[in-house]
Design a protein around this ligand. Structure first.
Ligand SMILES: [Zn+2]
Length: 486
């Protein structure tokens, strides 16, 4: 049995050790919710639960601290449950088994839940310490951050009253996060006419794979190849040389990943077969040249198959290829305030054919500036409307635009410098955080996000660096000591 008792700070690790024993996968938070409510009762603190299951525990201001601004400390109570193949761990009953290796706490073959168990533990350590002198603390624990941010989406603006929010869900000690991207999906439905393939056609299946893919937020700026774009370019190129008829074209998989693979089934005139081989090979060389070392494993393969019976009507096919060619993909704009931050991007995520000619294309847009997100979605929509497609955009979730003159940022940077005698970094991320939703509901709110160092979150290798937890805790206390009066 591993003992976390000796670790510093004792209060945080004590609660971390309790929380890791409580099953709490996203959308199954009953047990952790009960634990939090019991904790509040034991510590004689007021607790509130909203319709969605978010919990708020209030610690009143210490005597003499009544004029200090209220601070919302926020974490999410759910975790991602991943385990190594063959691991018998049962997520609805078993405690997460841990080990301490080389200064890190990690789980044995499962996710650890330091994301965001360490945030919860820090909140509980603050709430339960009667000697800590602070203004009023509102400790907010949201549900279901990991599979849809349902808790943050449904939180009512009047559930919270503080004007400063510290989000405890970041994974790099020493980096203060002050912004995130909002996101939305633009979904395209095309009804294409299917017709008989021309007499004397040969059938081919073409596959693209081996691309890096990557996360459509964190990795969109890396310039990885988009399999749907590349396949479209190939099909357009051979269409200009011969009568190519598309039977199917599928690519990509999930909305927040850059597509890594694509497949097409086509019919071409039998006599073009030899040329096709040459065209595809030349094209593959061009693409390898274009991406170089970025995409070392890129591959196009093709094989002859029985000619398909039905193919797209030539006009519909032409319009589809043109629309995908025009559709933007990748970084649209960089932040003017923050170096190396992608402000706006769009991902052409997937295309799926069904036998009757219905085509569904999924694209996702992100931006820390809400109007820019809608503007790029509108451009995507325009490309596809020419095909007669029906295009809808989801409401999505809002971004949090960095504010370099934020008061809580200033307090945190000074606190960091004072304790560690070095400067913290300031960053924003091009992906979603719950903060975007809090910002939307309460545009006046002043927010920051920081945490200890966690690596491999959402994977069985997830681990947390012990020394960074002490630094995270010391910083949090110093920030709370420096919150000004109202
Ligand atoms: Zn998290």
């Amino acid at each position: 049995m591993v003992n976390l008792n000796g670790l510093e700070p004792g209060g945080v690790w004590k609660y971390f050790d309790e929380i890791r024993k409580i099953p709490r996968l996203s959308k199954h938070e009953e047990k952790i919710r009960k634990y939090l409510l019991d904790f509040a009762a034991e510590n004689r603190l007021q607790a509130f639960e909203d319709k969605t299951g978010n919990i708020l525990i209030i610690k009143p201001a210490s005597p003499g601290y009544g004029k200090i601004k209220s601070v919302i400390l926020q974490s999410h109570m759910d975790m991602v449950g991943e385990k190594e193949a063959g691991n018998p761990h049962k997520w609805d009953t078993d405690p997460v088994e841990i080990e301490v290796i080389d200064g890190w706490v990690r789980a044995k073959g499962t996710t650890l839940g330091a994301d965001d168990g360490i945030g919860i533990a820090a909140q509980l350590a603050i709430l339960s310490d009667p000697d800590l002198k602070t203004g009023r603390i509102e400790a907010l624990f949201t549900v279901d951050e990991e599979t849809g941010m349902t808790g943050a989406i449904n939180i009512s603006p009047d559930f919270l009253s503080g004007t400063i929010l510290i989000n405890l869900d970041s994974e790099d000690e020493g980096i203060m996060y002050i912004g995130c991207a909002g996101g939305m999906d633009t979904l395209i439905d095309i009804k294409s006419r299917m017709v008989k393939a021309p007499e004397g056609s040969a059938g081919y299946e073409i596959k693209i794979n081996g691309l890096r893919g990557g996360h459509s937020g964190d990795e969109i700026h890396k310039g990885f190849g988009n399999s749907i774009k590349i396949m479209t370019e190939l099909l357009s190129r051979i269409s200009s040389k011969s009568n190519v008829c598309i039977n199917r074209f599928d690519g990509g998989n999930i909305r927040n990943a850059i597509p890594r693979e694509a497949q097409a089934v086509i019919a071409i005139p039998e006599e073009f077969s030899d040329n096709l081989e040459r065209e595809v090979k030349n094209f593959a060389i061009n693409i390898k040249e274009r991406f170089g070392d970025i995409e070392p494993d890129f591959k196009i393969t093709f094989r002859k198959i029985p000619a398909p019976e039905n193919v797209m009507h030539a006009d519909d096919q032409q319009k589809l290829l043109e629309a995908i060619t025009e559709c933007p993909h990748g970084v649209i704009a960089w932040s003017k305030e923050m170096p190396n931050l992608v402000e706006t991007s769009t991902n052409l995520a997937s295309i799926k054919f069904s036998v009757n000619g219905d085509i569904r294309i999924v694209t996702t847009q992100r931006s820390s500036v809400d109007s820019s997100k809608h503007e790029i979605a509108e451009r995507v929509k325009k490309c596809f409307e020419k095909t007669g497609a029906s295009v809808i955009s989801t409401d999505g979730y809002p971004g949090w635009k960095p504010n370099l003159s934020s008061e809580i940022l200033n307090i945190t940077l000074k606190a960091y410098h004072k304790i560690f005698n070095t400067e913290a970094s300031v960053m924003a991320i091009h992906a979603g955080l719950e903060c975007g939703l809090f910002y939307e509901k309460n545009p006046g709110i002043d927010m920051i996000s920081f945490g200890p160092t966690i690596r491999g979150a959402h994977t069985p290798g997830e681990k947390i660096e012990i020394a960074s937890v002490k630094k995270f805790w010391d910083l949090l206390l110093e920030v709370l000591r420096n919150i000004p009066e109202n």
